[in-house]
Design a protein around this ligand. Sequence first.
Ligand code: KIV
Ligand code: ZN
Length: 512
Amino acid sequence: MNRIHIFDTTLRDGEQTPGVNLTVDEKVQIAKQLERLGVDIIEAGFAISSPADFEAIKRVAKEVKDSTVCSLARAVESDIKTAWEALKDAEKPRIHTFIATSDIHLKYKLKMSRKEVLERAVRAVKLVKEISKGRAEIEFSPEDAVRTELSYLYEVLEAVIEAGANVVNIPDTVGYAIPDEWYDRIAAIKENVKNIDKAIISVHCHNDLGLATANSLMAIKAGARQVECTINGIGERAGNAAMEEIVMAIKVRRDQFPVYTDINTTQIYRTSQLVSRLTGIIISRTKPIVGDNAFAHESGIHQHGVLANKETYEIMEPEDIGLKESKIVLGKHSGRHAFKKKLEEMGIQLPEEQLNEAFKSFKELASRKKEIFNIDIELIVEGLDKKEKDKNYKLIYNQAVSGEGIIPSATVKIEIPNGEKLGLAVGNGPVDATYKAIKNALNIGEEIQLKDFKIRALTSGTDALAEVFLTVEFEGINVSGRGVDSDIVRASALAFLEALDRLENRKKKHHH
Ligand code: KIV
Ligand code: ZN
């Protein structure tokens, strides 16, 4: 059976999502989770686009061993040199070089002839070989292939394969293709490019018409053996093909797709949550596979059916994506052994020293908190390489008063790097008053806007723990925060402070 290579571009095309701006540490964290998920290739960035992208690729290249690490590069020498500089420590490096081939891009963007573009493409592929001394895998993309005249597309692909490209990636850059048409295009490439058997055919589909997953699947039917995608489908404009949808479609419909991927699907949910938390892009409830409602059955008829036999209305199980793990896992009496076992169960392996540190944090948390959830453990592990000095704000106390017939008011006391700050405010309700009090304490004005606010109960019962997940926007950048507490106002305050904290770290980094 044929293996489909999963090429993840969450850290490159996904990071091009408006409002998303990940720090180097956050990119490394996502890359390590992608490695755990089992993706074949991680496109970690576009090395020449910024010093931060360069640094992120370099760090990912050093820390990721199992997956191939890739940088994007335009078909010019400076891009390729910079990409190689960032990638050279990788165990399995790949450079993805591209140039547009459609007439509209040639005429208006590149102002080049077809002949010039073809020569530039071939030269870029050869340059990758030369500069990396044959160590880098070479992927070539004819950008806007969807609108490129077929005979010219064949010519370019044949030439770059002849020059040494290992993978030819066919992008639907503008999300324009319709599934059967896209199938025909990929099949035609397979049929008409003479040396196509010397390269892997890949596709890269955008979702402007909501067809990215469908088009990727049709490409697989036509012979593509690599698909490019992002977690949660994030990316430019309407985003890229969603990895979780493609992987689960292949798995659920094996009858239609006699292929497989190396993805460990039980890591899908965690990866999706991590990407959402770090990018600040909320997942829609009805998002296939990973949305809150993806496995929820609402109507009585459906519930009845599922109770009688799951398969009446379920084509896959929540466990397949790692969803229904036991919610309450550990408490303050749990020992080191149980803790280590739980980590293993979650697919997390830590060196001895980090394990000790994580266990200490766990004990500390367990002494304050009745129940420890998987998410808490994940946050502990995430925090391992975040030094305490990275934390700018700590909520010392908060108080809010609300009710009928009074004006809601709040006070907060916050520890900051060199002292404490007190804030007071009135508001529309206790959360609003608390946020205003925090803003007053920290001297923040209207430049920081609350964009999204979600609250939910993590456990059942009226004494449940509340989880607040929110996004704030500052100068076009989205930052998210999460807070958990039995008091919803405090959970809200913690989430807000976490977002402000991350914003502050980001600002510091930009100024250095
Ligand atoms: O959408 C696109 O064409 C791209 C290329 C760089 C592959 O992202
Ligand atoms: Zn793209």
